[in-house]
Design a protein around this ligand. Structure first.
Ligand code: S3P
Length: 167
């Protein structure tokens, strides 16, 4: 059976935008776990965090990941915190090859500044904050990843090309 392609990585590394393009090229379905959570709850990620807290978001995320991981022929873009829950990693690994996208903290900050949709990196967040969160998560990303692609100096098309070489 052909495996799903799962994109993990920190906020602002381009998982959704790269994933959508990759799916098109590979003629696979594209699934974004954050978008699925939003569809299911009728709330944006920011609203879920604000009204119900991060814990509630994480349990919605676990349910969606379980469901999505059972699908076939998908490129799956995940939320940046998906690796914090070992259950998610186990489920995604069972059916997918895991690709971790990375970027330098300064680049991340530039990219997420353009929108204000990330409750964990609200407007005005500093590079120190990005660094701190990244350090807390580094080991989780490394443990989960089959491959890693640094996107710092690459365009979306170049990232897609790198991933295609790995598959
Ligand atoms: C999160 C990343 C977000 C979203 C939520 C929490 C995180 O997804 O799931 O805001 O913990 O890193 P993106 O990585 O797509 O921004």
């Amino acid at each position: 059976m052909k495996k799903n392609v799962v994109l993990i990585g920190f906020m602002g590394t381009g998982k959704s935008s790269v994933g959508r393009r990759l799916a098109k090229i590979l003629k696979m379905d594209f699934v974004d776990t954050d978008a699925e959570i939003e569809k299911l709850t009728g709330l944006t990620v920011a609203q879920i965090f604000a009204r119900h807290g991060e814990k509630r978001f994480r349990s919605e995320e676990e349910l969606i990941v379980k469901k999505v991981a059972r699908r076939q022929n998908c490129v799956i873009a995940t939320g940046g915190g998906v690796v914090l829950n070992p259950e998610n990693v186990k489920n995604l690994k069972e059916t997918g090859v895991i690709i971790c996208l990375t970027a330098e903290p300064e680049t991340i900050l530039e990219r997420v500044k353009r929108r204000n949709t990330r409750p964990l990196l609200p407007r005005g967040s500093t590079v120190e904050r990005v660094n701190e969160l990244m350090e807390q998560r580094r080991a989780y990303y490394e443990a989960a990843a089959d491959y890693t692609v640094d996107t710092t100096h690459l365009t979306r098309e170049e990232v897609v090309k790198e991933i295609l070489k790995l598959l």
